[in-house]
Design a protein around this ligand. Sequence first.
Ligand SMILES: [Zn+2]
Length: 140
Amino acid sequence: MAPAPDDSARCPCGTGEVYGACCGPLHAGDREAPTAEALMRSRFSAFAADDAAYLLRTWHASTRPAELELDASILWQRLEILDVQGGPFDDAARVRFAAHYRSRPGTPAEERVRGVQREDSGFLREGGRWFYVDGVADRD
Ligand SMILES: [Zn+2]
């Protein structure tokens, strides 16, 4: 498991903020994501930091897997938010994004991959907290 990013390092989610002022407090449980987009960003950062516990905690109970094994061979590099539907007063939202990935350094040449996962994800807010519900994904 990769260590959590340093608080003063640039947050993996791409806001330009440092981790300690962006997704860090969400991962630590000190703050809840105020919007579906913020939750999406924090989940990307959790993938980047191999934080499966956070991913499960923010997964809606209706679709949450019993356990989650992250692909250790993949490095999540960059997130692009393409579209957000649903504002701060809605309890449902959709976020379309593109997540750029590549193999971790040290991967044998013949196994190296790089690509983009595009997904249209659904989110619900319950009890003041946003949850990831499901997504339609394809990798290219
Ligand atoms: Zn962030």
